[in-house]
Design a protein around this ligand. Structure first.
Ligand SMILES: *Cc1c(COP(=O)(O)O)cnc(C)c1O
Length: 401
């Protein structure tokens, strides 16, 4: 048994089997590269589901974290700390908003956005008690809590976790007519991913987000954009909503906000919306902690340079040109995405997406399959052009294209 095999057997014996990871055991990482316990290197084309937009071991983020580790790491919100004001101000500013509600994980941020929208509905919009409805899209992925899986349409994610939380209406993603008919006087929010990540990097039809923006404004409904995976540079803009010139009422952020170092998530909105809370009505022990704020402040500083958004645009154009060329080879049936983010559907004749991921792993490239036929490609935005080209060459080889 190799060292890796031993670790895998031990992990599988003692960890609840909620994942089926590729059989690679990582020991170290830098930039866009991972090194396993045997010293073998792999190009990371997943980037922790976009939590690692700025790369592994990003020096600026590591230094910010190290400096904060030596100062203070946790106060709880019972007291104030000296990184918190800047975090709230600068994150709100990055979003063109006024207020921030800090939490830890993405699912917690979505839950917090649901609570925010409901409270806003009752206190501001005047929806009768217990009647608030939130409209969501089929194929969504917003996290794993009991309320969030209640409005999932993926049986794998949802089955056996009932009884389910009521108050959600599901409409087909990309269908404005269905959205229009779903909105009622009691609708407090529309909750959407501007691009559906887990579903396979599904980009809605042109004009959809702008249409949702117009509908929600007309009907006094909050447009809540879950930009946890699509935001913070991935698509070539700070937010994926920007591709349609849309500013939602509420951003839900996570993943890359913590720089791949600590979980940092947030709900960001106006003072009218987030101002509905009174002390004691919501909270989180670790939300907005000093270490999280120090890392997130550095993430915000990186995003302010615009460098990462530009890289995602430039390398994204290259990625999509290369992937587009595969369409003619009969090995790939669809390519979707924006910026440095792509969903690639593998032709049945080639094999499952899992099999393709395994073959790519053998060639030193790590990706994640989803829904049987889709490969998701989302390298750290710091990946070099040469490394990206090399990774795509491995993909062509594995596909036999
Ligand atoms: C990952 C993700 C979440 C959940 O984030 P966690 O940190 O895993 O709880 C929610 N929404 C979207 C769009 C995501 O991609």
């Amino acid at each position: 048994m190799t060292a890796a095999e031993k670790l895998i057997a031990e992990e599988d014996a003692h960890c609840a089997p909620t994942y089926r990871p590729l059989p690679v055991v990582v020991a170290t990482a830098e930039g866009a590269w991972l090194t396993d316990v045997a010293g073998r290197r792999y190009l990371d084309l997943l980037a922790g589901y976009s939590a690692l937009n700025f790369g592994h071991g990003n020096r600026r983020l590591i230094e910010a974290a190290k400096a904060q580790l030596e100062r203070v790491t946790l106060t709880s919100r019972a007291f104030r700390h000296d990184r918190f004001a800047a975090f709230c101000t600068q994150l709100a500013e990055l979003c063109g908003m006024e207020m921030v509600l800090p939490v830890n994980t993405g699912a917690e941020a979505v839950e917090s956005a649901v609570k925010t929208a409901r409270k806003w509905g009752y206190r501001v919009k005047g929806v009768p008690v217990e009647m608030a409805k939130i409209v969501v899209a089929g194929g969504n992925f917003h996290g794993r809590t009991t309320t969030i899986v209640s409005f999932s349409t993926d049986p794998e994610v949802r089955a056996d976790f009932g009884p389910y939380t009521p108050g959600f209406e599901i409409v087909p993603y990309g269908d404005l007519t269905a959205m229009r008919s779903a909105l009622t006087e009691n609708t407090v929010a529309v909750l959407l991913e501007p691009i559906q990540g887990e579903s396979g990097v599904i980009v809605p039809p042109a004009g959809y987000l702008a249409g949702v923006r117009q509908l929600t404004r007309e009907r006094n409904v909050l447009f809540v954009a879950d930009e946890i995976q699509s935001g913070l540079g991935r698509t070539g803009r700070t937010f994926a909503c920007e591709h349609e010139g849309v500013v939602p009422d509420v951003y839900v952020l996570g993943k890359a906000l913590g720089g791949g170092i600590v979980p940092v998530s947030a709900v960001v909105s106006s003072a009218e919306v987030l101002g509905v809370f009174r002390p004691g009505e919501h909270g989180s022990t670790f939300g907005g902690n000093p270490l999280a704020c120090a890392v997130a402040l550095e993430v915000i500083a990186l995003l302010r340079t615009g460098e990462f958004q530009a890289r995602a645009r430039e390398l994204g154009a290259r990625l999509h040109a290369e992937l587009g060329a595969l369409l003619g080879t009969g090995t790939v049936t669809a390519v979707r995405g924006r910026g440095l983010w792509a969903g690639v559907d593998i032709a049945r004749t080639v094999g499952t997406a899992r099999e393709v991921s395994e073959r790519l792993m053998d060639r030193g490239v790590l990706v994640k399959d989803t829904h049987g036929i889709t490969l998701r490609i989302a390298p750290p935005l710091v990946v070099s052009e040469e490394d990206l080209d090399w990774g795509l060459a491995q993909l062509r080889a594995v596909l036999g294209a």
